[in-house]
Design a protein around this ligand. Structure first.
Ligand SMILES: *[C@@H]1O[C@H](CO)[C@@H](O)[C@H](O)[C@H]1NC(C)=O
Ligand SMILES: *[C@@H]1O[C@H](CO)[C@@H](O)[C@H](O)[C@H]1NC(C)=O
Ligand SMILES: *[C@@H]1O[C@H](CO)[C@@H](O)[C@H](O)[C@H]1NC(C)=O
Ligand SMILES: *[C@@H]1O[C@H](CO)[C@@H](O)[C@H](O)[C@H]1NC(C)=O
Ligand SMILES: *[C@@H]1O[C@H](CO)[C@@H](O)[C@H](O)[C@H]1NC(C)=O
Ligand SMILES: *[C@@H]1O[C@H](CO)[C@@H](O)[C@H](O)[C@H]1NC(C)=O
Ligand SMILES: *[C@@H]1O[C@H](CO)[C@@H](O)[C@H](O)[C@H]1NC(C)=O
Ligand SMILES: *[C@@H]1O[C@H](CO)[C@@H](O)[C@H](O)[C@H]1NC(C)=O
Length: 411
């Protein structure tokens, strides 16, 4: 399980800051994408302000009202790898590691966690709490930082402010405890989304790194949790990734329909950079790696408004396993992008339905949308008229039909 417990206190302290999520961090001014230009010609780069909806590419298109992009690739001014704090209370009390992570651009959207699993360990009832931790774990903002992407440097080169960077989420094993990293969306109102990260996981066995949605169960009970997970276990082969709609076990044992252990398509490995995408839509969750379909699960697909989270952790329980003392593992992320709907008042759909339809898939510049259609006309793509004029209202019906079909395929 991707493990986001004790979020209640954190959530209660959050306020909605009323900002549209289309905030772009500094140093993220659209530069030419080094990744791909595999797009249809003629689509016009645009801004979020000019998009009234976003269409995602998948077997059935889905439509979303909002877009956010967090780009960690040119943050040379924030590079600083903080030493691992040896004391658990110091981890809990640690401040943000740079001024970006304490700025509104970041905190409006994300909250770095500092909860610990002391109460869960004391409860000692994994069927109810979902945790069979054997090790004290603390989350710390100190484990979330910006580092140079030194793979791009030759042996003799020295990193400069212009050297590409990424965000790191670190988990490390000390003698008496594990220190971990988790960011949670400030809003609990996400209801359907397509979330992506360009990331890799490296380091010692005994950690989990994850991108997931989370809605706590009633009284934090495992049996009513709603959660879609993309998880990497660092003790698993680097070709394997795990997808789950929680809960994946209960007092009677494992719930095999809830989870899939998948070979990463295209021969990629999680210790190399890959594009991970999770689409949570009505009735199903679908995962893609490097643009290829990896799995769909309709069973227990989350229904209600949820948070979005990323983490890197270990607690000596059966899922993560134990990390050796002085070991560490790292989730390194170049960027996070999301198109979404959100039930909070701050995120009303934009007026005009899909009059200006945009795409974050068909763009040559990661993070910058292209205009796909406006006023019912498609731009730049003649072969695409089947969906260019589709009313977004018909989408849930189509999605439902596809969900039902997938249901049949699955069983
Ligand atoms: C926040 O975002 C705005 C708009 O993109 C930018 O001008 C500003 O420099 C950013 N501030 C920080 C601290 O990142
Ligand atoms: C993508 O397109 C841009 C602008 O047209 C171009 O400068 C860049 O070299 C292209 N990148 C690749 C990888 O082809
Ligand atoms: C905004 O959308 C309109 C179509 O409604 C288009 O004509 C215009 O070029 C777009 N502007 C930008 C900056 O993308
Ligand atoms: C947890 O419960 C089990 C029995 O269910 C017991 O054997 C074990 O000692 C308990 N551990 C703690 C730390 O209380
Ligand atoms: C997934 O499958 C691989 C290959 O069989 C195995 O090594 C790994 O332990 C499995 N992971 C989980 C979480 O079951
Ligand atoms: C969506 O578009 C991206 C970028 O062109 C491509 O890599 C990916 O395979 C497409 N995915 C689907 C599901 O069509
Ligand atoms: C982790 O180590 C503890 C002892 O410190 C042990 O009780 C527990 O079974 C181990 N967990 C796993 C999953 O091996
Ligand atoms: C997102 O909201 C828009 C506007 O209400 C709606 O048309 C669309 O179907 C929603 N998307 C999903 C996946 O539910």
């Amino acid at each position: 399980m991707a493990f986001a417990w004790i979020t209640v206190a954190a959530v209660a302290s959050l306020s909605l800051r009323g900002v549209d999520a289309a905030t772009t961090p500094p140093g993220s001014s659209p530069t030419t994408s080094p990744y791909s230009n595999s797009t249809k010609p003629g689509l016009q780069l645009t801004t979020d302000a000019n998009c009234t909806c976003y269409r995602t590419n998948s077997s059935t298109a889905n439509y979303f009202s909002h877009h956010s992009f967090f780009d960690f690739r040119s943050m040379g001014q924030y590079v600083h790898t903080p030493p691992i704090l040896q004391d658990s209370q110091a981890n809990i009390n640690a401040p943000a590691t740079n001024t970006f992570f304490s700025s509104n651009n970041w905190t409006n959207m994300w909250t770095a966690q500092n909860w610990d699993n002391g109460a869960l360990m004391k409860a000692n009832n994994s069927d109810v709490t979902g945790s069979d931790a054997t090790l004290y774990m603390v989350n710390s903002p100190n484990n979330i930082y910006i580092e140079h992407n030194s793979d791009v440097l030759g042996k003799r080169e020295v990193a400069t402010r212009d050297t590409p960077t990424y965000m790191v989420m670190r988990t490390a094993r000390l003698n008496a405890f594990q220190t971990s990293a988790e960011i949670e969306s400030s809003s609990t109102g996400y209801r359907f989304l397509s979330v992506r990260m360009y990331a890799r996981t490296i380091g010692a066995p005994g950690a989990i790194t994850a991108m997931f949605t989370y809605r706590p169960g009633v009284n934090n009970a495992l049996n009513s949790v709603q959660e879609s997970d993309l998880e990497i276990r660092t003790r698993d082969p680097p070709t394997r990734v795990q997808f789950t709609n929680q809960p994946s076990w209960n007092a009677d044992g494992d719930i095999p329909q809830a989870t899939r252990n998948v070979t990463i398509p295209g021969g990629n490995r999680w210790n190399d950079w890959a594009h991970y995408r999770m689409d949570w839509t009505p009735g199903s969750t679908t995962w893609y790696v490097d643009g290829q379909l990896a799995s769909t699960i309709t069973f227990q697909a989350p229904r209600d408004a949820s948070q979005v989270m990323f983490n890197s952790w270990s607690d000596g329980g059966t899922w993560s396993g134990n990390m050796s003392t002085n070991g560490a593992a790292f989730l390194q992320i170049q960027w996070i992008e999301m198109v979404f709907n959100n039930t909070d008042a701050a995120y009303m759909p934009k007026p005009g339905g899909c009059t200006n339809m945009c795409s974050i898939d068909e763009t040559p510049v990661t993070g910058t949308p292209v205009l796909v259609a406006s006023g019912g006309r498609s731009s730049g793509d003649d072969d695409d008229d089947d969906d260019s004029g589709v009313s977004a209202l018909s989408v849930p019906v189509v999605t439902l039909v596809v969900a039902l079909v997938l249901c049949f395929i699955q069983f």
